[in-house]
Write a protein of this length. Structure first.
Lengths: 354, 354
């Protein structure tokens, strides 16, 4: 039996994507060679890379708007560093909404003055700061759209005329946004886009070339742009599986379609969390993430019972992050509504039995 | 029919590894979850990472000698930068034996004074410089053990008491060396170790912590060592397939066994290149690589004929690199002797017909 996979990332991917990926490892494009043993400069792989990039622009509605798409290595953690290396001349503004934002701030501090315009660190990041001001003279503003660990999500973004950078690792391709309001979007693949091993960067080219420092080649967005993400050997398998996942999303109806599904899944689970006296949510209601729902038992002594029931129901990956505790159900694009129903049923069964 | 895959990298991997990798994408460890949709912190994956690291130390005979093994992202190109960031205080010595060495030099120059102790750039890198002196006061000496593009290989390494760094991307695990003479070895996976997407770093811990600069976390070897290569999400699939490939090599008899096979394959091909009047080798005989054999036709007008014959014989990936021309047959660990025989037969057939 296939499990109900609520893992926070790496996470569930569509069944048909897994099947195609598995086939390609044996025989890619019926060419009697494995995907992972061909040259990344072969026509077959170059067309995968092209297709993946075009799908990103199409799904985000960013075609012909001056954006370049890169598939890099090193995860969002490398982007914490690269954004500052490439964009920070003197001062940047950061919104601190969680562990990852905090790490981004730590790395950027090596390159210039940082203004933390808002922070929810005081309450273990259980809300999204609001009403903050972004100084006009900063090189850029950086935020994190969804906080995987804590289960909060920015429902709106500040009006800001300057360069805006967003870490969308855990909710890109999950909801409709005006993506053209961002100048640089980055995302580790391993949530809604594909397996671990590649990182998406969508960048407006005209924001580059404005810092004084010399940037090492591998950290320079311009090196990668000039070589179409082939400055060095890309993470072939991860890019291919990302392309398949993006194609799957497009075939379903793109972001407008999946957003509705994601809203349904989130509503189903949050309604149960609020209704069921045995559970309570961890974060401010208005900031609840549609991707990662964090909650606890109101009676901790039921933990063992509930955990056993979940295992029996085939529910996987709902342990909370160690810095929050409780439970975290991640409901990325590929998670079926049915899996959420199974979790809700299990919560209701716990209530009935206790 | 499976092709004879002479690709320079990404390159041929063992059939049984491809089969296991394909299976794991559907169902890993019979756990009803795909390898690529489980947490990298799950017991299943943590044990893959541990096993891969132990296999590296065992195969290189570096157990209990103060080395740490890392699986990072970003390819050898990121190592060009990281080695300098972590080790270069004032001055370093580099041996320039090819395009990759040259790129390593370019990156390191951002961090200190570089002494190019030897270079074969004057003859398009068709030999390995010898008789050079390494200044005693350098922070480290850097070399490239095998030059994929040009087809040269260092058959011996200079006697040097200081820190020695070696890019072994294209011949690690292919021949017996006293690996304990090196303080830092790095290698992109996509030749003898696995698919593109992960980079092996084997590092003697005591060489770290000696530079004055602040090193960004993702570029700091100590960050990765302290978190056992889990400082951020690793390239799960690439690490898993590397582990399978290392296990395959161990089961065969390790490096002593594969070295003999590699010598046989290289001898078979180079003997034909030297014997057959229609072909000639490109590089100095004493520096010929056992991994990548570069050669040309003595009569360029036969190119089309030979290319068609190769395609008919199922030979894949022998076009030379654009900066060298001619042909390049890469004979990595997983390439069967039989594939080299097919290439040699095709060369002989060309001779017979012309």
């Amino acid at each position: 039996m296939k499990k109900h996979n609520f893992s926070a990332g790496p996470c569930i991917l569509p069944e048909e994507v897994l099947q195609k990926a598995s086939d390609a490892v044996l025989n890619f494009n019926n060419d009697n060679l494995s995907l992972i043993e061909i040259s990344h400069r072969s026509a077959s792989f170059v067309s995968v890379m092209e297709k993946a990039k075009n799908l990103v622009l199409e799904l985000l509605d960013l075609e012909d708007k001056g954006y370049k798409v890169l598939f890099l290595q090193g995860g969002a953690s490398t982007q914490f560093l690269m954004t500052a290396y490439n964009l920070l001349n003197s001062k940047a503004a950061y919104l601190n909404t969680g562990t990852w934002a905090d790490k981004a701030i730590k790395e950027a501090k090596l390159f210039g003055e940082l203004v933390e315009v808002g922070s929810s660190k005081d309450k273990n990041y259980n809300y999204i700061p609001k009403g903050y001001e972004i100084p006009k003279d900063v090189d850029y503003f950086h935020c994190t759209s969804n906080n995987t660990i804590f289960g909060t999500q920015m429902k709106s973004f500040p009006e800001f005329d300057g360069v805006t950078v967003c870490d969308m690792s855990s909710d890109i391709f999950s909801r409709q946004l005006d993506f053209s309001k961002f100048d640089l979007i980055y995302a580790g693949a391993q949530k809604n886009m594909g397996p671990a091993g590649t990182t998406l960067v969508v960048i407006k080219e005209d924001i580059l070339g404005k810092v004084d420092r010399v940037i090492p080649s591998m950290l320079n967005y311009q090196s990668h742009i000039s070589k179409d993400s082939m400055f060095n050997t890309p993470s072939v398998f991860a890019v291919y599986v990302s392309m398949l996942t993006l194609q799957w999303l497009k075939d379903l109806g793109g972001i407008p379609f999946i957003e509705k599904v994601n809203e349904k899944k989130a509503a189903l689970l949050y309604n149960e969390i609020d209704r069921n006296p045995l559970f309570e949510g961890i974060v401010a209601k208005e900031d609840r993430s549609n991707m990662n729902a964090t909650f606890t038992l109101t009676n901790e002594s039921l933990k063992e019972t509930f955990d056993i029931m979940c295992t029996k129901a085939g529910i996987n990956g709902i342990n909370g992050h160690r810095s929050v505790g409780g439970y975290r159900a991640s409901m990325y694009n590929a998670l079926p509504l049915y899996s959420v129903q199974v979790l809700v049923d299990t919560m209701q069964e716990l209530e009935k039995n206790n």
